[in-house]
Design a protein. Structure first.
Length: 75
């Protein structure tokens, strides 16, 4: 389930627009990415990190480091 960013009403994941206010909802891919990141963060806090989660955390750290160094991916 997701929540509308405009009216905070709970929505089904498959919906593209809020059934209450009509606001566009975050896409399913973005929601899955955010859920994966949340699971990785929770696993890191509890010490129950899988190999895939370790790789994901390493990637997130590398992205953050690149941002801090000013790399924006454009030539």
């Amino acid at each position: 389930m997701v929540f509308c960013t405009a009216c905070a009403q709970q929505q089904d994941d498959a919906q593209k627009f809020c059934r209450f206010c009509g606001e566009r909802l975050p896409g399913a891919a973005l929601m899955q990415q955010l859920r994966n990141e949340a699971a990785n963060i929770q696993a890191a806090k509890t010490g129950q990190v899988t190999q895939t989660q370790q790789a994901n955390l390493a990637t997130l750290k590398a992205i953050e480091l690149a941002r801090k160094q000013g790399f924006n991916g454009q030539s």
